[in-house]
Write a protein that binds this ligand. Structure first.
Ligand code: SF4
Ligand code: SF4
Ligand code: FES
Length: 560
C-alpha cells in the first residue's frame, strides 16, 4: 500500500489508486470532468492537474491517470495549480453559451461550480464570435443533447461502450468543430440511457422526463431503494411538494442512482428510473371501496372496512375452521408486511391456505448488467417467511384460486395481484359468486377491484419506510419522503389493526419496530436491526456477501 502526502497530509492507499481518489480520502477536492471512477481513464479535460514531487523532481501530472506511488508529495493548492485549472476552464468555456438561467443543470453543474471556485475570469471571446453547434439534438427517446454546452469529456460515450455495451454515441469532427453525435443509423436507446444524463458534468445531456420541470434547488433528496425488480438498486428520490401549483400530481421529480458497490455501483436502468410515475398516476387507489352498505356509519374509512373484514374472518373461522380463509399474498409486500401477515394468519389463526406464487406473473427483460426478469422486490424475503408453493406443504396461489372457484373458502384475501391476469371474465364472475367475502389490498385500480367486496388502498414503496430482501439475500430499506396518497396505508399497519380487532394486542409503532421484532424471532433475520441496515443494507443471517462484480455488459466495446 503506497504511502503518499497530499497538501502535507499523509495517506496510505491501495496500490493502483489514482491521485483523485487518494485525495478524496482526505476530503481534498481535485476537480475533474472526464474522469469517472466507473469508466476507463482518458485524461482529456486537463482539469485535474496537480503538482507532484517524487525522487527530488517536481512535475505537473494529471490526478486522474497518475497512480499513487510510495513517497509522492502532491500539491493541489499552489498558485501554479490554480492557474492551470483556470486555464483549462477558460478553454472549456471559450465557446460555451450563456445558458445558465435556462439550463436544467444549473445548480448542480460542475462547469458552474468550478468556474465559481477556480475561474471567475471575464471571457476573452466576444459572445457573438462563439462557435455555434446543434442546440436541440434528439439523440434518443429519453435524452436531448445541446452540443454547444458539451465539453467533449466523452463520459457518455464511454458509458455506452463500456457499461451498456452499445455503440450509440460518439465524438465526430475535428478541433473546435468536434461534436457529440449518434453514429450513423444509431439512436441512444439502450435500457440504461438515463445514466448518461447523470454522468454529463454539464447541461449538455438533459432528460426529456425532467427537462424544464423543476429547478434543482427546489427539490429535496431522500436515499431509498428501487422496487422495480428483485435487484434493489440504490437510488435517491428527488421530490418537491412545496410548489404544488406547478403539478400536484408529480411529487417525485426524478430518481437518480445512488452508489452501492455491491448492488448497482453508480447506475440504474431506465425501467426503474422512470417507474416513479406510478406513484401519482391517475389510477392510484386513494380511498377504500366497498360494494356493501356502510350502515349509515358515514363516509367509508379503512377502519370501517377492517371491522367488516374482522367480522367476516371471525365468523368463517368459528363456523368452518381456518381452512375457510385463504390469502394470496404478494412478493411486492415488504418484509414487515409479510412477517405480520404470517404471524396473524399462519401462526395465530392457523390458516395454511396462503401463498405468494401465481402463474402468469408479470415478468420483465433480464440482462447481465442489472435488470432482473422478476419484477417483484421481495420474493426472496417472502420465501424466508415460508411463502413458497410447495414449501411447508402449502398451496400455491393458483391452487388457492381453483379452490376458491370450487367454493372452498368463505373469505379470500388478495394482496396486489391482478386476478384478471389469471382468469377470464367468466371465471372472475364465478369467483365473485362462490366466495362470500373478497378483500383486496393494493395500490392501483386493476381487474381484482371489481370483484372485491372491500378494497383497501396501500402505500407505495416511495411513500413508506420498509425493508425488502433482494434476490441475493441483501436486506435494504426504503425511506419515506412524504405521506401516502389519500387514505393509502402501510400494509403492515393494516395487519396490525386487523389483529387487534381479532383480539391480538400488537402495538408496533413503526416499520423499524416490526423489523426489530423480526430480527429477534425469524432465524434468517437474526441479528439484523433496522438501524444496522444503514444506507447500503445487510445480508440475511448466514448468507455470505457475494463476490464483487463490476456492473457492466458482458460484452463491453473497446474504447475508441
Ligand atoms: S454530452 Fe456531456 S457527458 Fe457527453 S461528452 Fe459532452 S459533456 Fe461529456
Ligand atoms: S435493475 Fe431493477 S432495481 Fe435496478 S433500477 Fe432497474 S428496475 Fe430498479
Ligand atoms: S479529469 Fe483528469 S484529465 Fe479530465
Amino acid at each position: 500500500m503506497p504511502k503518499i502526502e497530499i497538501d502535507g497530509k499523509p495517506v496510505e492507499v491501495p496500490a493502483g489508486t489514482n491521485l483523485v481518489e487518494a485525495a478524496k480520502l482526505l476530503n481534498i477536492e481535485i476537480p475533474t470532468y472526464c474522469y469517472h471512477p466507473g469508466l476507463t481513464v482518458v485524461g482529456s479535460c486537463r482539469m485535474c492537474q496537480v503538482e507532484m514531487e517524487q525522487n527530488g523532481r517536481t512535475s505537473v501530472v494529471l490526478g486522474c491517470n497518475t497512480p499513487a506511488a510510495d513517497g509522492m508529495k502532491v500539491i493541489t493548492t499552489s498558485e501554479k495549480v490554480h492557474t492551470l485549472r483556470a486555464s483549462a476552464l477558460e478553454f472549456l468555456l471559450q465557446n460555451h453559451p450563456l445558458d445558465c438561467p435556462i439550463c436544467d443543470d444549473a445548480g448542480e453543474c460542475d462547469l458552474q461550480n468550478y468556474y465559481m471556485r477556480y475561474g471567475l475570469h471575464d471571457s476573452r471571446v466576444n459572445l457573438l464570435d462563439k462557435i455555434h453547434k446543434h442546440k436541440v439534438h434528439d439523440v434518443g427517446p429519453t435524452v436531448v443533447l445541446d452540443s454547444e454546452r458539451c465539453v467533449l469529456c466523452s463520459r457518455c460515450v464511454r458509458f455506452c461502450r463500456e457499461v451498456a455495451g452499445v455503440d450509440e454515441l460518439g465524438i465526430f469532427g475535428h478541433g473546435m468543430q468536434s461534436e457529440l453525435m449518434n453514429p450513423p443509423g444509431k439512436r441512444l436507446e439502450n435500457d440504461y440511457s438515463g445514466n448518461v444524463v447523470d454522468l454529463c458534468p454539464v447541461g449538455a445531456l438533459t432528460d426529456k422526463d425532467f427537462r424544464f420541470k423543476r429547478r434543482v434547488w427546489y427539490m429535496e433528496r431522500t436515499p431509498s431503494v428501487c422496487t422495480g425488480c428483485s435487484r434493489g438498486c440504490n437510488i435517491n428520490i428527488d421530490w418537491e411538494i412545496e410548489r404544488r401549483y406547478k403539478d400536484p400530481q408529480r411529487r417525485i421529480q426524478r430518481l437518480k442512482p445512488r452508489y452501492n458497490r455491491m448492488v448497482n455501483e453508480w447506475w440504474m436502468c431506465d425501467r426503474g428510473r422512470y417507474g416513479y410515475h406510478a406513484v401519482d398516476a391517475p389510477d392510484r387507489l386513494t380511498a377504500p371501496h366497498t360494494r356493501s352498505e356502510t350502515n349509515g356509519q358515514g363516509a367509508l374509512t379503512v377502519d370501517l372496512v377492517l371491522q367488516r373484514a374482522a367480522a367476516k374472518i371471525k365468523a368463517a373461522v368459528s363456523k368452518n375452521g381456518p381452512k375457510s380463509v385463504a390469502v394470496i399474498a404478494s412478493p411486492h409486500s415488504s418484509n414487515e408486511d409479510l412477517f405480520l401477515l404470517k404471524s396473524l394468519f399462519v401462526d395465530t389463526l392457523k390458516v395454511d391456505t396462503i401463498d405468494i406464487n401465481v402463474s402468469k406473473e408479470e415478468t420483465g427483460k433480464q440482462d447481465e448488467i442489472l435488470m432482473k426478469a422478476d419484477l417483484t422486490p421481495n420474493r426472496r424475503g417472502a420465501e424466508e417467511f415460508g411463502f413458497h408453493s410447495g414449501k411447508n406443504g402449502g398451496m400455491s396461489g393458483d391452487d388457492i384460486l381453483s379452490g376458491a372457484l370450487d367454493g372452498d373458502y368463505d373469505v379470500l384475501i388478495v394482496v396486489h395481484h391482478d386476478l384478471s391476469r389469471l382468469m377470464g371474465p367468466k371465471e372472475l364472475a364465478k369467483l365473485d359468486q362462490r366466495c362470500d367475502y373478497i378483500l383486496y389490498l393494493g395500490t392501483h385500480e386493476n381487474g381484482t377491484v371489481p370483484v372485491a367486496d372491500d378494497v383497501i388502498p396501500l402505500a407505495m414503496s416511495a411513500e413508506r419506510e420498509a425493508s425488502y430482501t433482494n434476490f441475493e439475500g441483501r436486506v435494504q430499506k426504503t425511506a419515506k419522503p412524504f405521506e401516502p396518497r389519500g387514505q393509502a396505508r402501510d400494509e403492515w399497519s393494516i395487519w396490525q389493526d386487523l389483529a387487534q380487532l381479532l383480539g391480538i394486542p400488537w402495538k408496533y409503532a413503526s416499520a423499524a419496530d416490526v423489523f426489530d421484532a423480526m430480527g429477534n424471532s425469524v432465524p434468517s433475520f437474526k441479528g439484523l436491526t433496522w438501524e444496522g441496515l444503514g444506507n447500503s443494507g445487510k445480508m440475511l443471517a448466514g448468507v455470505p456477501e457475494p463476490a464483487y462484480r463490476k456492473v457492466q455488459s458482458s460484452k463491453p466495446l473497446p474504447a475508441y
